[in-house]
Design a protein around this ligand. Structure first.
Ligand SMILES: *Cc1c(COP(=O)(O)O)cnc(C)c1O
Length: 455
């Protein structure tokens, strides 16, 4: 598939790809992949860009995460194109997918980064990124986190509390280096997303309330080693509508005007991340529509605009490949036990996230095909919550390679070794090339750092 054929932003149509039947849910693989620029079927076999999925599974084994380089770049480009009329910086949120190869691709494209830990900053630097293009979010920054970020020349600390502000000032004084800061304000708007990924309500742990923000800015202005550079908010993740973003922007603009009245001038406004993606039948606004709704208000401000998208850049650039190990039909339910599990991909268990599972080879997978049954796709972990998908109509045989789409964000980064399972390998595809970008952990890696008790 040539680059120009890859679509970005708006999905092609909002027709659902799900057919709900009495037996279960059928997700049409052809219709689904029509919305996923990196994936397509050719002669009934699934490809990412020009590489066969079965060939990747064979060469690298399963479970295996696979990412399309072009799909990542296309979404990044859609952001920069949509905001081209403004000075802007797209700070990719590292926690969505922090593999060095993914970060490296974005460094080359000119991205900045949003980080929430010292480890993430070290990753950005290891991938060739510049600290000056990094914003540091997070509610629990410690003295040593701040010291490291400041001495590396961090672009901005997104400050989430008064005590953090005082701590940053103290560190900055010690190193005699003024610290650039924004306050992360909590605009108290409902992002209308899953409660665990909603962050902009007043009972969330994040940010400084809208009511307190002005006073905290005035306090910040009094501190000797604080350089106020911006204002920041981030209201949640997987938002599919534009209205909550506009509501948050309106609240932030109000504050910017109040700050100007008090003589506090800012250089940038950071609207966080959170734009949703189409996993199956969601209908998120496109990046274009998102930009169109915000641009008029942003242009008037005359400030540089930052965004911190994570999920929307990488989610649909990635898939998780898994092999069917055991089929266990029972009277009430049919279980397909696969070699990926909740330790590899926790979104279904943690957020009731629904992810599409499609076959890597087509012929046996029509909705009416003989042998099509409703399956729960589950892992082998000793937890009932260990499922990847439920009630999916598929025709399965042991040894089949299944592709879980939309797995590029909050997939590998949230994986663990629960049940002493080595973490999956990661592969990147570009055109007809593919490269290992993270080795599969070995069994020995699992306990290599552990030490027997000595009597
Ligand atoms: C997680 C996070 C993001 C990214 O959110 P997405 O939904 O992945 O776009 C951006 N900013 C902050 C502060 C975050 O915590």
């Amino acid at each position: 598939m040539s680059h120009s054929e890859l679509q970005t932003g708006e999905s092609i149509a909002v027709e659902p790809v799900t057919v709900q039947t009495e037996q279960g849910r059928y997700i049409d693989p052809i219709a689904l992949t029509a919305h996923l620029p990196a994936l397509h079927y050719h002669d009934e076999a699934l490809y990412m860009e020009q590489v066969s999925i079965e060939a990747i599974a064979k060469q690298y084994g399963t479970p295996c995460y696979v990412y399309s380089k072009q799909a990542i770049l296309d979404v990044y480009q859609a952001y920069t194109d949509s905001f081209a009329s403004l000075n802007h910086q797209i700070c990719y949120a590292v926690k969505a997918n922090s593999n060095l190869a993914v970060l490296g691709v974005l460094v080359q494209a000119g991205a900045g980064f949003d980080i929430v830990s010292r480890g993430e900053l070290m990753r950005v630097l290891a991938a060739g990124g510049a600290a000056s293009r990094v914003v540091f979010s997070g509610v629990g920054k410690t003295y040593s986190d701040i010291e490291y970020a400041l001495t590396q020349g961090i672009g901005c600390f997104n400050v989430e509390s008064i005590s953090e502000l005082a701590l940053i000032n103290e560190v900055a004084k010690t190193f005699d280096k003024p610290a650039p800061i924004s306050l992360r304000v909590n605009p108290n708007v409902d992002a209308k997303t899953h409660p665990y990924i909603s962050t902009g309500l007043k009972d969330n742990k994040f940010g400084i309330t809208h009511e307190d923000a002005l006073a905290v800015y005035q306090q910040a202005a009094e501190l000797s080693h604080i350089d106020i550079v911006g204002i920041d908010c981030h209201i949640g993740s997987q938002l599919t509508e534009v209205e909550p973003f506009v509501a948050a922007l309106d609240k932030v603009i109000e504050l910017i005007h109040s700050l100007r009245d008090k003589g506090i001038e800012l250089r940038h406004i950071d609207l966080g991340g959170g734009l949703g993606v189409r996993y199956i039948d969601e209908t998120p606004v496109s990046i274009d529509t998102f930009a169109a709704a915000l641009l008029p208000k942003l242009s008037e401000l005359g400030l540089t605009v930052f965004f911190e998208p994570g999920r929307s850049i990488v989610a649909n650039a990635g898939i998780l490949l898994t092999q069917v190990d055991v089929l266990k039909p029972t009277e009430h339910k049919n279980f397909a036990i696969v070699d990926a599990a909740m330790n590899d991909l926790i979104r279904p268990a943690l957020y009731q996230a629904e992810m599409a599972v499609i076959p890597s080879v087509l012929p046996n997978n029509g909705i009416d095909t003989d042998g099509t049954k409703a399956w729960d796709i589950v892992g082998a972990i000793c937890e009932t919550g260990d499922f990847l998908a439920k009630d999916r109509l598929l025709a399965l045989a042991t040894g089949d390679i299944l592709t879980i789409t939309g797995a590029g964000a909050y997939g590998f980064t949230m994986s663990s070794n629960y049940n002493s399972r080595p973490r999956a390998s990661e592969v990147m595809v570009a055109g007809d090339r593919h490269q290992l970008i993270r080795k599969r952990e070995t069994m020995e890696d699992l306990y290599a750092d552990e030490i027997l008790w000595q009597d």
